[in-house]
Design a protein. Structure first.
Ligand SMILES: [Zn+2]
Length: 321
């Protein structure tokens, strides 16, 4: 027994040493550990997924909806986030306006597929000719993606709202139509974003990730009537296609991820929503995977290709929202 007690004592001391060492190595602020249950719930419920808006069937009896979007960031992020923007990085973004966009739109129009273009207004200020390229087919939608791809989550409410209004007004002025869809730059909400977009009367948001089916956004436990068309970094080209980044994936491997995501959406009868960027996907070695993806999707005949606006209107109506 004595031997065992000594053994346990040694283990306790060793455990303390190990845990002390670990804490010293990985000391981080963890304010959440001091919250009570009500405080935890209040934080989680500020913006949360509500009612599932997946309809029983899509228009025409289609089994799956395919909503393709393009975030036309081009060089706006470089300009917004540095007092001396990198000329090299800006030129990499400019490729989107000079080459990528046209390649993307040609592909869509050849397949007669509608898409949604979320555009920081400044992208259009710098290249107003992009409006005509996108508008030519009459199929595509323009959505808000900030004024200059500002990091909305780091702004005060008044500044954030003013920039969204400025972006909306600009898009309306150059396209002749008030946008109804919002996609937060960098896909994040500040504590004020939901109030701002609700107050401005947007039909839907497409920035959050709580589901892979459309859902209603909840605010502090209350239904908002705002449709969320969820995105995912999995279904984005930006994080994985930067050859100088730390998580590079070859376009061909990414194609398989997109195909697997589509096949599962088809099997489950839900929605496949993909986001790419003209300055990234528009390169020669990458546009081919978008072509192959569309060819793959088109092997099924019960697919509804739609803009985000069309999807949002349909699910809202079906749900009686
Ligand atoms: Zn963006």
């Amino acid at each position: 027994m004595a031997h065992k007690r000594v053994g346990v004592g040694v283990l306790v001391v060793l455990g303390l040493l190990v845990s002390t060492g670990r804490n010293a190595l990985t000391q981080v602020d963890q304010p959440g550990i001091y919250l009570d249950i009500d405080e935890i719930k209040a934080i989680a419920n500020r913006v949360r997924g509500g009612r599932n808006l997946q309809p029983d069937t899509w228009p025409g009896g289609a089994r799956v909806a395919v909503a393709i979007s393009f975030d036309v960031d081009n060089d706006t992020i470089s300009i917004a986030r540095s007092t001396s923007p990198s000329i090299g990085a800006m030129s990499q973004g400019e490729y989107g306006a000079r080459v990528g966009l046209r390649r993307v739109v040609d592909l869509l129009d050849r397949h007669r597929i509608p898409a949604s273009f979320f555009i920081p207004a400044v992208s259009l200020v710098l290249r107003p000719d992009m409006v005509e390229v996108i508008e030519a087919s009459g199929r595509h939608e323009f959505g808000v993606h900030g004024w200059i791809h500002e990091l909305n989550s780091a702004l005060d409410a008044e500044t954030e709202r003013e920039l969204v209004v400025r972006a909306m007004n600009y898009l309306e002025a150059v396209t002749g139509r008030r946008p109804v869809g919002y996609r937060a730059p960098s896909w994040n909400f500040s504590p004020n974003t939901l109030n701002i977009i609700k107050g401005l009367g947007f039909l839907y948001d497409s920035s959050l990730m709580a589901d892979d089916r459309p859902y209603e956004l909840m605010q502090n436990g209350d239904a908002t009537g705002l449709v969320e068309l969820p995105v995912e970094w999995i279904l984005d080209d930006a994080p994985l296609m930067n050859p100088r980044g730390d998580s590079y994936t070859s376009p061909r491997e990414l194609l398989q991820v997109y195909i697997d995501e589509f096949d599962k959406a088809y099997e489950e009868g839900t929605i496949f929503l993909l986001t790419t960027h003209p300055h990234i996907i528009g390169h020669r070695s990458r546009i081919v995977i978008l072509e192959e993806l569309i060819d793959h999707i088109k092997t099924k005949d019960d697919v509804w290709f739609a803009t985000h606006e069309q999807v949002a209107r349909y699910v809202k109506e079906q749900a009686g929202l």
